[in-house]
Ligand binder design. Structure first.
Ligand code: GDP
Ligand code: MG
Length: 370
């Protein structure tokens, strides 16, 4: 249910909080400035104080912002988005680096590709694969907790000399919970004590049955260090992607998820956005989490300025007025006024949540009962 703090309610009416508290007291409710009241109570108070209550609910503000369904005929194939997971030191970073080095087509500028939190590589058949460059379960879970489904395929990296370890199991559970298919990359096969069979057998205990064991989970033997098996891994991803029939509508206002965000000294707030639907363009007005802005520039994973970015494309977005958080959703809106309204609303919500959390047991009890 919608709630509001007394302070915030007073602010919106341009009344003093103490007067709101007095009124509540007359009605037998002892409250403090940071306590929250429900929307019905707030409405009564607003009316009592001679204002016209206008409820602004989540659905009013955010309606039409996300979640509009696309028609089937508008959907076009899109590149798969891949995340690498696995136990620490099993070679996640090395594998991402190896693919980046070997399989990324250099941009016009040539030289080194930028680290923008995601990149695109080319499979042997020429098709594009998007890799999220932040290995780590934390990022994955926090994004999922915010309702962002970021990845289509999980590469489960298991070191052939070490086998299944606690974070391997964690990764399996994450992928399962998210309903995302896995491809097992048995890494470090260059090592003399590499034992892929042990990995396969270990995995069986967690009901991951690889093809070699008669199941349907693809398994590829790789060495991130020696660049062995990279083509095979990309082919496996391509194959899995075909099965998934991944599609999105590129011809609509863009929606995406923030893969990374930081405040850059020279450039201001910079967010790496993975576009999920529609096409993001320079000049678009966007809301990103509780921030908004007008897209000043888009920079791709090769460090090139681009005018637009379609589904499954990662781009750096410049022009935000504040720094959003990784996992926040980004959406294009019609006008600055609308962007401001949504961002204000979300910032208010966030403040209220924080205040409610800090307001002590009384509030907690009320919240539990409301
Ligand atoms: P992460 O913690 O999963 O990101 O693992 P890293 O990529 O940081 O790798 C951990 C260690 O394993 C590093 O010392 C790497 O050089 C090494 N390593 C990664 N891949 C391979 C491989 O294919 N073969 C060998 N021999 N060592 C590897
Ligand atoms: Mg690492």
């Amino acid at each position: 249910p919608d709630t509001i703090t007394i302070q915030e309610l007073a602010n919106r009416m341009a009344e003093r909080a103490v007067d709101v508290i007095k009124l509540l007291m007359q009605q037998g409710q002892m409250m403090k400035i940071n306590d929250v009241i429900d929307a019905d109570t707030a409405e009564l108070i607003v009316a009592e104080m001679g204002h016209t209550p206008k409820r602004v609910s989540e659905s009013d503000v955010e309606e039409g912002l996300v979640g509009q369904a696309d028609r089937d005929e508008d959907l076009k194939p899109r590149a798969p988005v891949v995340t690498v997971m696995g136990h620490v030191d099993h070679g996640k970073t090395s594998l991402l680096d190896a693919i980046r080095k070997a399989k990324v087509v250099q941009g016009e500028a040539g030289g080194i590709t930028q680290h923008i939190g995601a990149y695109q590589a080319q499979a042997p058949n020429g098709e594009t694969i998007t890799f999220i460059d932040t290995p780590g379960h934390a990022a994955f879970t926090s994004m999922r907790a915010r309702g962002a489904k970021v990845t289509d395929i999980v590469i489960l990296v298991v070191a052939a000399d070490d086998g299944v370890m606690p974070q391997t199991i964690e990764a399996i559970n994450h992928a399962r919970a998210a309903g995302v298919p896995m491809i097992v990359a048995v890494n470090k096969i260059d090592k003399p004590d590499a034992d892929p069979n042990r990995v396969r057998n270990d995995l069986l205990r967690y009901e991951v049955v690889t093809e070699a064991m008669g199941g349907d989970t693809q398994e590829v033997q790789v060495s991130a260090l020696k660049h062995i098996g990279l083509d095979e891994l990309l082919e496996a991803i391509q194959l899995q992607s075909e099965v998934l029939e991944l599609k999105a509508n590129p011809n609509r206002s863009a929606e995406g998820v923030l893969v990374e965000a930081q405040l850059d000294k020279g450039r201001g707030p910079v967010g790496t956005v993975l576009v999920q639907r529609g096409t993001l363009r320079v000049g678009d007005i966007v809301v990103a989490g509780a921030e908004w802005g007008k897209v000043r520039a888009l920079i791709n994973d090769k460090g090139e300025n681009v005018k637009e970015a379609g589904p499954s494309t990662p781009v750096e977005v410049l022009g935000l007025n504040g720094t959003p958080e990784a996992g926040d959703l980004l959406a294009v809106v019609d006008s600055e006024a609308r962007a401001r309204e949504i961002a204000d609303y979300r910032q208010r919500k966030r403040r209220e949540r924080l205040q409610a959390r800090g307001a002590g047991s009384r509030t907690t009890l009320e919240q539990m009962m409301s």
